[in-house]
Each structure stands twice: as C-alpha cells, then as structure tokens.
Design a protein around this ligand. Structure first.
Ligand code: F3S
Length: 772
C-alpha cells in the first residue's frame, strides 16, 4: 500500500495515502459516474466529509459550489510567512495540523553576488529569520534557511508528489503541477486556516483543457507554451479555472519544463495548472531520491493521476497548441499577457519605440532556474566563446533555483563558465524577480527608460527595480542569453548574426542543447531545519520595540452602519495589482509590522480623480477634511483617526498578481470598510473577506464612471439579517451637489464567509470557534 511510502525524505513519519484518495473518489461517484478530468480527481480526492456521504459528484457545480478541502501541505515564504505566523501565534493553537514549511527566499537583496548578498541578508534580516526559525520550532514547521533556494523549486525537489494538493502563500504555487500535484496560491489567512486544521474552502474551479500535440524543437521551449497561452487567455482569463494539459505533447516535456508552464500560469489568474503523471516525472522523482513515490504513483496512474478517457468532453473549454509550430515568444512590457512571437518582435519593438538597448539580462526565478535551464545557458555561452565572443554585452545575472541546483551546476563547472563570460551568479533566491535588487545603473527616481529581459514570470511596472519606466520582457532562458550577447531588443537569434572575432567576423547561434537532468544531483550545503516533534516548551519572542515585527491586535467585529456615509478614499484607474496596493522592494522589511507597512498602501495606484494633475495622481489623493492632496495612506490614517469611514473604488481585476495579504490587511488596518470594483482577482477578493473588508462588484461596470470626487457612498443591505449569499445589495451615492443616485452591487460571499465579516475577520472567527 502507498501508506508505507514516505511523503518526503525531509519528513520522516509522514506517508502517502493514495488508497484513501481513491476511496474518496469512489464515494462521490457512487450515484453519478462519468469520466473525470485530472483536476477533478485531484480536487475531489481531497474533499472532507465524503465518507459521511456529504458530497456527491452530481451536486458539485463548477464555478459555484464551495468545496471544503484538506490540503496535503502548506508552504509560505519569508515575506508572507511572517504575517501568517503572527496570525497563527495570535490564534493560540498548539501546533500546525498539516505539514508546513517556511522558505527564506524573498528577503535577500541582489547586489554584488551570491556570497556577499547572502551575508548582507543574514545581517539585515536577522530578527525576521530568528522569528521564523523560532516559530517554526515552536509550532512543528520545517524551515528552509536563507540560501536554501526558492520556495517552489524546493517544493518541487523535496515535497511535490503526484496526486497531492498543496496550498502556498505565493501565487506561483501551481509550479507543483509539473509533478501532477495541484498547487494553489492563497493568502496567509487561508494558510492559517489549514495550518489550524480547519477545512480549506475553494469555489469549485472550471477546467480549461489545453491539448498539446507535436514536440518542441529549435529555439522553442516550454516557456513559450505559457507565454503563448498568456496571450490567448489574457491576465484575467484564467480566473476561477484550472488549466489542465492533455494530449500526446505532454509526454515530450521534462518535469521541470512542465513546472515552468504551471508556474507562470499564475499570470493568467488561473486557480492552478496541472500536467498528467508521466515518465519524465517518474525520472525526476528517481533522481531526487524518491523512487518509492514513483513506484506507488505508477500503480495508481490510471485511476488517480491521469484524466479518464472521454473526460475531454467535460472540459469547460479547450485550447489547442501544436508544439511543432509553436514559435519562441517574448512577453511584455508591463504585463505578462502582451505576447509577441519572436519573428514579429523586432518590428513591434520598433513600432512602439521601446528602448532598444538592453540594460540587464537575467536568468532565474522559480520559473526558469532548473538544471536544464542553466545547461542551456552554458551551451550558448560555449557557442559564443568558440566563435571568439568571450563576454556578454549586457550585465547578466543568473540565479540557480536551489542549493541543490547551485551545487550541481558548480560541481559541473557550469557556473564558472557563466562567470567567465561575465555573469554575476546570485544567491539561490528571488532577488530582482521581486524587486529585491540594489540597482544603480539606471535612475529609478528619474524614471529613466530602459529595457530588461528575463526568464522570470512577471513584469508589472516597477516589479524589479521600482522604476515604472523599466520595460521588462519575459522569455525563455535561451533567448535571454542570446539577448545578453547582442545587447539589442531587436535581435532575433534565429535569423540574425552578431559581430565576433571569429574567422567570418560574424557569428550566429545554433539552438541550445541541454539535458533534462544531470548524471546525479549534488546536495550542497544543508540549510534545512526540520520540524520538531514537540516544541511546546519553546517560546517565540518578539521585541516590542521592533520596527520589523509587531504582534497583531484583533480587528473589531462588524459595527452596524459600518458601510454608511463612506468617503471615497481613491478611485483607482486601470491596472491595480497587489504590487500597486502594497509594493514590494524595500517594503519587504515591514511585512511583519502592520502599522509600518501600511504606509505603502496604494502608493503605486493611479487615482482617476487626479488624472489631470500629472504624476501626483499616482499614490495620491485629496484629503476630504483639508482639501489638500497627500499620499493615500496618510489620508486614510487621517480619516480613520477622526472616525470617518471610507471605501475604495477599483477598476477591472482589482488585486491581480500575488497572494499578498498585506494588500487586504492594510486597508482594514487603516479604517477601510468596502472595496467596490468592476471585478476582483480571486485570491485578493478572498483575502479582503478574510480580513473583514467587504469586496463588492458593480452589477453594471459602467457605474464606475459615475463615481465622482467628493461623493459619499453607502452600501445598503449588508447588515446582519439582510446580507445573504447571491443577494445583490444597493449602493447609494450622495453627490456634493446634493443629488442622490443608486446602483446595484453584487458580492460572492457564502454563508460561512459572512460569519467572518460579522466577527471582524476569519481569524477572529477561528479563534471564537476554537475557544468555544
Ligand atoms: Fe520568488 Fe519571483 Fe518566484 S518572487 S517565488 S522567484 S515569482
């Protein structure tokens, strides 16, 4: 039985449970049997209560039913774990109920290179690392120390198993889909629910099937599958859906290549992304010391780890991608769904007058930092060297995804060859991918226009370097490397040559060759602190004078009238990601200190009310008390301190991007009550609900245009007895000139979530239930 097979070499004493998963599927299909998609198998086999007959397939409606699930594990990174663990501490529970890990990857700033950057981080963030380490010991959590690697890569190497369900406080958690494990990004409070042993709730997603045919060749890589798909689906097109790959093309990709695709599926806002269990996954498990898992998986492949024959008829939508004809793609700038085939890119760059000179080339991030990726980079570096091109033309930063990849590529001489060609090898962490970059070559304050190319996944304005004029393009590691040699955005390695000192004076790259896996992995330095069997005698201390860590005070319960006569703090115009609501970069330092980090609320958002006032419309708003324009958090605080209620008006897909719960905590902390938007990104909408904010959507999106500066907004129908699931509510707007108008708003609360609202937050609700 699978129950004799350990779940991870890092977690002795925990076992697979395929038999229970299969029984769960049998239980729910007793009365209604039909072919199941793979996503359905993995989701439904984690349902709670099936043995009591609480679930039946015919009652589950995709897009509406709220599933109650038990994930196999929870993962948090250092930037989200701080707040998640502070919440867990304040819930007063003895120990996590679900295997949980914390990963130290987001706080390390890229500056000079791995060794010095890591030393700097250990000094700068000592207090936070000590808090995370001590809380991990106290509550039975595995802790991956700084330098160990990027969360999703570590999960993939050590914990991902076919058939599993992982939730992570990071939007790229779907990375695990490359191992046929369903990975779903959540906010910290969702993670806390699961860590506390509460059911984790998810609105049953729809399923988009993507049929892959053919085989990749030449310059095309798995990154191009997702770059192409992002262009088809757009940044919000995956919302509420799982992307499920099927078809013969799925068997042609290596496990880490599939992880690349699943990882970047976050950029279309999808719930998750999954590949069926296949031979390459089996190989990867064997190479990472988990052959026993692959043997157990082989036995349940058809029943649990692949879609049933005929399930194609049950996809909500089907997209076809033929890998034989798929072109390399480059996506950007400023949004990952602006997708350009390589053959058209030169022309597009020219037409849009994007900066031609590339200021930095970067290979890495959780998306593309595998052994296979770095080997491709080396192959191109060697080709260049053989042609007399000894150095790259742009600054070139390379990030191994984990200590295992670093040690392996170091042992094989790969990293040294990259350094010899001019690359700076960064520590095994996120770095510039998330704005942790001490960049000095361009002036961010002066908004100096420049172009960067990376193998990362996300390219919102200011994402890497806080400079909104940095044009960031994402593509495959091989194209990034070719760009690093040409230095020009208009370069096409398929057709163009570059000057060299070789015999013909020009040189053209051949498509890179690589191997899926090394002869064997080298483990490198052991940077793992295992979960303790019993840490109950240990304490977690926080210095009350710290400006980085602050114990949380519970939010107050719902007050009748809380949504009446609200000022409109800001009317956000256009794209408003969680990076706009709570920017990253230097603000990471305050992720564990709600009062301090709240000073960044919406400072990158555009205010439609101040549109004619130049740059001051970004992050600024007019204080309704004084009439003066100030930064948004200052105005919010001023309103809160005099007891004036306020709301936010948002545009489409408000809160897209990451699972950053600070984007929901901050408005709540600063006295906000409601966010009314044309639409919300899934994770952010749930995060707002969890923190006791009211997310509402305009029934008619055109209502957004009617809101004017100085309006006072009341939301009617949200008090105790009035608010019900699926029941619309009314927005009443009092204009400055005395006029009053009304419009319909909708919400997506189910009855359990309304209890969060009443108790003031989901955490208050857990505590109330636990203590009673
Ligand atoms: Fe880190 Fe960037 Fe991935 S922030 S987790 S490397 S998306």
């Amino acid at each position: 039985p699978s129950s004799a097979v350990g779940i991870s070499p890092l977690e002795p004493g925990r076992y697979l449970n395929y038999e229970t998963q299969i029984q769960t599927l049998l239980d729910i299909t007793k009365t209604d049997n039909r072919p199941l998609t793979l996503s359905e198998k993995l989701l439904y086999s984690h349902l709670i209560g099936t043995e009591k007959g609480e679930w039946s397939l015919k009652d589950i409606k995709r897009g509406s039913t709220i599933l109650q699930l038990r994930p196999d594990r929870v993962a948090c990174h250092d930037a989200t774990a701080t707040m998640a663990l502070l919440q867990f501490v304040s819930a007063g529970l003895p120990r996590v109920a679900v295997p949980t890990t914390v990963h130290s990857d987001h706080l390390i700033v890229a500056e000079k290179g791995a060794e010095s950057d890591l030393l700097r981080a250990l000094g700068d963030h000592r207090e936070v690392y000590e808090f995370l380490s001590s809380a991990a010991k106290r509550y039975g959590i595995g802790f991956h120390k700084p330098g160990s690697g990027i969360i999703h890569v570590i999960i993939f190497e050590n914990y991902a198993f076919p058939g599993g369900l992982i939730i992570g406080t990071d939007s790229h958690t779907p990375n695990a889909g490359g191992m046929a494990m369903l990975g779903i990004g959540v906010g910290g409070s969702d993670a806390v629910d699961s860590m506390a042993g509460m059911p984790w709730e998810l609105q049953c997603p729809k399923v988009v099937g993507v049929r892959l045919t053919g085989k990749l060749s030449g310059w095309t890589s798995s990154k191009d599958i997702i770059c192409k798909l992002a262009g088809i689906l757009t940044a919000s097109g995956g919302k509420g859906k799982i992307i499920e790959f099927f078809g013969p093309g799925t068997k042609t990709l290596g496990a880490t290549a599939m992880a690349t695709v699943c990882n970047m599926s976050a950029e279309v806002g999808s719930t998750s992304c999954i590949f069926p269990y296949s031979e390459p996954m089996r190989r990867y498990l064997t190479f990472t010391k988990r052959a026993d898992i692959s043997q157990a998986a082989d036995k349940v492949k058809n029943v649990l780890l692949t879609a049933d024959p005929g399930s194609e008829n049950y996809y909500d939508d089907i997209i076809e991608i033929n890998l034989d004809i798929l072109e390399p793609h480059i996506n950007g700038p400023f949004t990952p769904d602006l997708s350009h085939p390589l053959s058209e890119f030169k022309q597009t760059v020219r037409e849009n007058e994007w900066p031609q000179n590339i200021s930095h080339s970067m290979v890495g991030s959780c998306t593309n930092s595998s052994y296979q990726d770095l080997l491709k980079v080396r192959n191109l570096v060697r080709q260049a060297k053989n042609a007399g091109l000894f150095k790259v033309r742009t600054p070139f930063m390379v990030t191994p995804g984990s200590e295992q990849i670093r040690a392996t590529t170091e042992a094989e001489g790969i990293l040294q060859e990259l350094r010899d060609a001019g690359a700076t090898v960064l520590s095994n962490s996120c770095g510039p991918c998330v704005g942790q970059w001490d960049r000095t070559d361009v002036d961010a304050k002066q908004r100096e226009p420049n172009s960067v190319v990376s193998s990362y996944n996300r390219n919102f304005a200011g994402r890497h370097d806080s400079n909104p004029a940095t044009h960031s393009f994402v593509t495959s590691p091989e194209l990034v490397t070719a760009f690093a040699y040409s230095g020009k955005l208009g370069f096409n390695p398929v057709t163009d040559s570059i000057p060299s000192s070789g015999s013909s004076n020009v040189f053209q790259f051949s498509p890179p060759e690589s191997l899926e896996l090394p002869q064997q992995f080298t483990s490198g330095e052991d940077l793992f602190q295992p979960a303790l069997a019993d840490g109950s005698s240990l304490s977690v201390s926080i210095n009350p004078r710290s400006d980085r860590l602050q114990l949380l005070k519970p939010f107050t319960a719902w007050q009748p009238g809380q949504a009446m006569d609200m000022e409109v703090l800001i009317k956000v115009k256009g794209k408003c990601t969680t990076d706009h609501i709570s920017p990253a970069g230097p603000w990471y330092n305050y992720r564990g200190h709600l009062e301090n980090i709240s000073n960044n609320m919406l400072i990158a958002a555009t205010n439609a009310f101040l549109h004619s006032e130049g740059s001051s419309n970004i992050g600024h708003t007019r204080n309704p008390i004084t009439g003066r324009v100030d930064i948004v958090p200052t105005v919010a605080r001023a309103l809160r301190d005099v007891g004036r209620r306020w709301c936010i008006i948002g545009d489409s897909n408000y809160g897209e991007g990451s699972s950053r719960e600070h984007a929901a905590l901050e408005p709540r902390f600063l006295g906000g009550t409601v966010v009314i938007a044309k639409s919300f990104a899934r994770i952010h909408e749930t995060n707002l609900k969890k923190q006791g904010m009211l997310p509402m959507t305009f029934d008619d999106p055109a209502t957004y245009d009617r809101i004017e500066e100085g309006d006072k907004v009341s939301v009617l129908g949200v008090e105790d007895s009035e608010m019900m699931p699926s029941k619309p509510v009314t927005m009443r707007v009092a204009r400055v000139d005395g006029g009053i108008w009304e419009a319909q708003l909708n919400h997506s609360y189910h009855s359990g979530q309304i209890e969060w609202l009443r108790d003031g937050s989901a955490l208050n609700h857990i505590k109330n239930r636990f203590l009673s």
